[in-house]
Ligand binder design. Structure first.
Ligand code: SIN
Ligand code: MN
Length: 208
């Protein structure tokens, strides 16, 4: 068994079913205010298979012209992102070990065929705070490697209610989602998987 990067934690079943249901309701309300949209890869404009939106002062977005970045408004509506639900702030406080609050919550929605290629989360100025990730709905096959693209990787399933913390060495580990297992959770009426990633973006004191 290879070792996972230092600072990586997988907390299976961190949220029980009532907590998962309540969180889905929070996200439903956020998506009403900030609809899911299809992001584009930088330069090529190729659509991603995952649909996205955000909560928080800052949201992660990408399009052909301007690439990966954080901004305070939804690219389609021009409105500010809705606030991060309290339930997620509580999870962050419980598991992150960070003294700062998260500023961004990226909401990823995966349908049965969506996936996410191997990448690093490195668009943040603050890299000492971890990325905290919450999985809801169908199970996925998650892959994680080291800080170099060609480092060996390990794969395992993330189920509904699991929380993952990418801290320490693993903060810049390559990771991705190879596949969704349709029909593995009754949580979302129409199936699919929601992943929520909480991040601190700016350095404390630098202002948003
Ligand atoms: C991400 O890296 O943004 C998402 C990871 C996941 O869906 O588990
Ligand atoms: Mn990521």
């Amino acid at each position: 068994m290879k070792t996972l990067p230092d600072g990586f934690r997988h907390l299976p079943g961190y949220l029980d079913l009532p907590e998962q249901r309540a969180l889905v309701e929070d996200i439903r309300a956020a998506v009403q205010a900030a609809p899911l949209y299809t992001p584009e890869m930088p330069r090529t404009g190729k659509p991603m298979s995952v649909r996205m939106t955000n909560c928080g002062a800052l949201g992660w977005v990408t399009d052909r012209e301007r690439g990966y970045r954080y901004q305070s408004t939804h690219p389609a509506t021009g409105r500010q992102w809705p606030p991060i639900p309290h339930r997620l702030l509580t999870i962050w406080r419980e598991v992150s070990g960070a003294s700062v609050e998260p500023e961004a919550c990226l909401v990823n929605f995966y349908d049965d065929t969506a996936r996410m290629g191997l990448h690093q989360d490195r668009d943040e100025q603050e890299l000492s705070a971890p990325v905290v990730s919450v999985s809801l709905g169908d199970t996925c096959l998650f892959r994680i490697g080291g800080t170099a693209r060609n480092d060996p990787t390990q794969s395992f399933r993330l189920n509904s209610g699991d929380v993952v913390v990418l801290g320490g060495e693993s903060r810049l580990a390559f990771h991705g989602v190879d596949r969704i297992y349709p029909g593995t959770s009754p949580l979302l009426k129409s199936g699919g998987r929601i992943n929520l990633t909480l991040r601190r973006v700016t350095l404390p004191g630098s202002g948003v």
